[in-house]
Design a protein around this ligand. Structure first.
Ligand code: UDP
Length: 271
């Protein structure tokens, strides 16, 4: 039986039409349009019940879906109410497959735009994730940057992702009165946690949950984003690789995705 969130996700997908990149659906939206969709749901009448979920997959996650033989990860990722491409690899892949997306929507930027709008609309936000102290520091920095911003709760991301510890986190979120929840546990842990807890989160009063990877590290100042020129040239991945060489293995997903997409594009042309 379909639940409220499933219906909401179908409607949401119909609104923009999804672009398929090797089985993962992406919404072709600009960053502003993505923020509009989230805020419409949070502040407007929206759909009754259900959490509006935002996923921000990159090449690594597309590859993880392909490699997950159970197919469960596809289901989890594609269940997002809004799915935006957080990576140049996905943007290029969509174009190579003949279905370009409007732009790359970096989760960290979308998250910041929503903080900006939440400050104006007085919508309470809760930060979950990162090492102990990071969410608090991120809250301090963002409140200073966006006057009026209400960060009503914070918690680190090092808890057991199911059972009592996870339930206690949800109880804390409920007590905070958060309407928007930033879930920064790394992918795909965060998407899985949101998916498994979507009903409990809705019951806790959360209207939107966003999986935003390492964004709290950036907001807190504990990590830095690539200089603008790297972002503009589409080589943010190179900056990350230089700063964190240990990510090299994970980042090989990008060229592997490229090869897969090339094969898929050739197969489609041959049809
Ligand atoms: N993290 C967490 N709980 C965990 C594992 C990771 O809160 O159990 C945090 C980690 O501290 C970091 C973020 O998740 O802030 C992952 O960041 P990364 O940039 O690696 O995100 P990804 O690229 O995996 O989405």
């Amino acid at each position: 039986m379909k639940d409220v969130s499933d219906n909401m996700n179908e409607k949401s997908a119909m609104k923009t039409g999804r672009i398929d990149v090797l089985g993962v659906g992406f919404d072709s939206v600009t960053l502003d349009e993505a923020a509009d969709r989230v805020m419409e749901h949070v502040t407007g009448e929206g759909m009754a019940g259900g959490v509006f979920t935002v996923h921000t997959p990159n090449s690594e996650i597309v590859e993880a879906c392909i490699n997950d033989k159970s197919g469960e990860l596809y289901k989890i990722i594609n269940s997002g109410s809004l799915i935006v491409p957080d990576g140049i690899g996905v943007v290029k892949a969509a174009a190579m497959l003949g279905t370009p997306v409007k732009e790359k929507v970096a989760g960290v930027e979308l998250g910041e735009e929503i903080l900006h709008r939440s400050a104006k609309a007085k919508v309470p936000v809760c930060f979950l994730g990162g090492k102990p102290g990071i969410a608090e520091l991120a809250a301090e920095k963002m409140k200073a940057k966006y006057p009026g911003l209400v960060i009503c709760g914070t918690a680190d991301g090092y808890f057991k992702k199911s059972g009592e510890e996870s339930d206690a986190i949800i109880a804390k979120i409920k007590a905070s009165g958060a309407a928007i929840l930033y879930v920064c546990l790394g992918a795909p842990t965060q998407e899985r946690w949101i998916y498994e807890n979507r009903e409990a989160l809705a019951a806790a009063g959360v209207r939107a949950a966003l999986g935003l990877g390492g964004s709290l590290d950036i907001y807190s100042g504990a990590a830095r984003r690539a200089p603008r020129i790297f972002i503009k040239l589409g080589i943010e991945w190179l900056y990350r690789l230089l700063r964190e060489p240990s990510r090299a293995g994970r980042m090989m997903a990008l060229p592997r995705l490229y090869m897969r997409v090339r094969r898929e594009a050739a197969r489609m042309r041959a049809k």
